[in-house]
Design a protein around this ligand. Structure first.
Ligand SMILES: C[S@@+](CC[C@H](N)C(=O)[O-])C[C@H]1O[C@@H](n2cnc3c(N)ncnc32)[C@H](O)[C@@H]1O
Length: 277
């Protein structure tokens, strides 16, 4: 965080390095470790090929200038960079050192904390906004709402958003998902349709607004698309041979549909914003 911002929601620090990696306590669940390790293994692919988010996602949050913001599950810093560009005072939080290292490589003087988002090393009532860009679902569902509530000031806001390709009905896309369903037990396309706002609504904790849906089109090369796909947790978690076979099958499907080598894929970003009571 830049000089002159006070108070620092994290413990005071002197001579902070360009990226201040802080280690939280040992209270990390098994699920968190698994998810974290999965993304750690594909930090380069994630950094290279995952898309950023539409401006509307940030516009809906209003002026961010000077707001104290936690970007929880910050990963390689895709949302962190957008928040900082809008002059928010951001602390990036993630249990993964590799992904946070990529975030730090993009942003000089990034303040980053290695921690579980369900157990934050942040003072109570300390921040104005806590953001979860495609990360809320990784947190311990039994503690995450209370923890977000604890670190926010009264009237502060929770925001979560997820981007997904939604070319449903196009034969290549349906074939694509059939291949994923076949290779990745426990993964299903319908998981994109979760109403995450419902998971934040809690009596006397948060008022949740309606879902915002942003439609956009992503145009990218087949190589970039495949790098993006390899960074998805359900692909990254596969053993090497099935992963290689799946990625090969997926590449064949997209090359058949886009022989010139460029995809145009409709996306939707779904966002919920909740106000702390
Ligand atoms: C899909 S990535 C999203 C990264 C980034 N927010 C973005 O928009 O690209 C999910 C991130 O959540 C992180 N994560 C997993 N479990 C977590 C937990 N318990 N607390 C905080 N972050 C977690 C992962 O390490 C990973 O970086």
């Amino acid at each position: 965080m830049a000089e002159g911002h006070s108070p620092d929601p994290v413990a005071s620090r002197r001579n902070a390095p360009a990226i201040a990696l802080r280690i939280s306590g040992e209270r990390s669940g098994r699920g968190m470790m698994t998810a974290m390790a999965t993304f750690e293994a594909v930090a380069d692919e994630y950094d290279a090929a995952r898309p950023s988010y539409p401006n509307a996602v940030f516009d809906v949050l209003g002026p961010l200038d000077g707001l104290r913001v936690l970007d929880v599950g910050a990963g390689t810093g895709i949302a962190t960079r957008e928040l900082i560009a809008r002059r928010a005072r951001v602390i990036a939080v993630d249990p993964g050192r590799e992904v946070l290292g990529r975030a730090g490589a993009h942003t000089s003087d990034l303040v980053a904390v290695v921690a579980d988002g369900s157990c934050l090393p942040i003072r109570s009532n300390a921040v104005d906004l806590v953001c979860f860009a495609q990360s809320w679902h990784w947190l311990d569902a039994s503690t995450r709402v209370a923890e977000a509530h604890r670190v926010l000031r009264p009237g502060g806001r929770w925001a979560g958003w997820w981007s997904h390709a939604r070319a449903d009905g196009q034969p290549w896309f349906d074939a694509y998902w059939t291949a994923i369903h076949h290779s990745c037990p426990g993964t299903h396309r319908s998981q994109r349709d979760t109403d995450w706002g419902l998971t934040v609504a809690a009596p006397a904790m948060f008022d949740v607004g309606d879902r915002l849906t942003v439609h956009w089109v992503r145009e990218l090369s087949v190589d970039e698309w495949m790098t993006d796909q390899s960074s998805h947790s359900y692909v990254a978690a596969l053993p090497e041979n099935p992963r290689t076979a799946l990625l090969s099958a997926l590449r064949t499907i997209v090359l058949d549909e886009f022989p010139a080598g460029t995809l145009r894929v409709p996306y939707e970003t779904w966002q919920w914003v909740a106000t702390r009571i």
